[in-house]
Write a protein that binds this ligand. Structure first.
Ligand code: ASN
Length: 307
């Protein structure tokens, strides 16, 4: 491990400026969500269940008292279950995703990161997208007011972001922009763009399938402009036990792995919708940084031993 690197990071003016922005982003988001009637819940770090995510991401597992716990990849299931307690929740949720080493220098991937994860009981995708737009514009507005010095340091002029943001479906985007559509889209637009209606094969089992258009999900990503890529990801959720069971099986996942979650679904979950906003990526976008490693202390890049 490169101790010199850490000493440099700890004393780096650039990283300190970025973290100062980040701390103001967190404050602004908290204020906004409190004003919207949300309750902040504390993060879950280990649990018998977590987001399956795609196969190439290895499983982070710990054994405690002979039980197998997974390290949280996202709090998706806990958010859904927490709807039984509160109608609107959010959490600054640390996630660990063991990304392939090839992503080491992508500028956008850390294996340990934090997402602002929220969920709203009974919400539609429309409502949650509108909330996402207001959250984003509120944070940007507040940062322009409270982080003038930091933005000056980065030479960053943030444009006016005016909702509603443009929308494009996955099908349209693939037809017009080809395989590398996310980056092409992100470079082409000057406003954030909503990417909607992902096909069922390329997402996990928990976002709701549109009954009128089988095979298409009622979900969305928000893509930053200026080539910064994905900002958030979310959607409406499957909440009926039978549908969840079928979706798990269609993914070729053993039902037993989600036995505990299915028990909650059997006893009744609310319909809900939500999303997760990556905090380091938001910091990277606001500061205009190429390297996400500069948005936090102790940043962990795929394949690199880090503190
Ligand atoms: N947080 C995301 C969501 O709410 C899920 C994820 O991060 N994989 O949909």
């Amino acid at each position: 491990m490169d101790i010199e690197k850490y000493l440099k990071e700890l004393k780096s003016e650039k990283i300190r400026q970025a973290i100062s922005v980040q701390s103001k982003v967190i404050q602004a988001a908290r204020d906004f969500l409190t004003g919207e009637g949300f309750v902040e819940i504390l993060p879950v770090i280990i649990s018998p269940i977590t987001d399956p995510l795609t196969d190439y991401r290895l499983r982070g597992e710990v054994e405690c008292y002979g039980f197998k716990y997974q390290i949280t990849k996202s709090m998706i299931f806990h958010k859904q279950i927490a709807m039984l307690s509160f109608p609107r929740i959010y959490c600054f949720s640390p996630n660990v995703r063991i990304e392939p080493t090839e992503r080491k220098n992508s500028g956008r991937h850390l294996i340990e990161f934090v997402q602002l994860d929220l969920e709203v009981r009974g919400a539609t995708r429309e409502e949650i997208m509108e909330l996402g737009e207001r959250l984003f514009t509120h944070v940007i507005f507040r940062i322009k007011e409270t982080a003038r010095e930091e933005l000056k340091y980065f030479g960053r002029e943030l444009s006016e972001f005016v909702p509603p943001f443009p929308r494009i479906s996955y099908e349209q985007v693939k037809a017009s922009y080809g395989e590398n559509f996310e980056m092409v889209l992100s470079r082409e637009f000057s406003q954030p763009i909503w990417l909607t209606d992902f096909p069922i094969e390329i997402r996990e089992f928990y976002d709701r399938e549109d009954e009128e258009r089988p095979g298409t999900l009622v979900d969305m990503d928000l893509i930053y402009p200026e080539g910064f890529g994905e900002a958030l990801s979310g959607g409406e959720r499957e909440y009926q036990c039978e549908k969840i069971r079928r979706r798990i099986q269609e993914k070729g996942i053993n039902l037993e792995a989600y036995d505990l979650y299915l028990k909650f679904a059997e006893s009744g979950l609310y319909p809900s919708a939500g999303f997760g906003f990556g905090i380091e990526r938001l910091t990277r976008f606001i500061c205009g940084l190429q390297d996400i490693g500069e948005t936090r202390l102790f940043a962990k890049k795929p394949g690199v031993l880090s503190l």
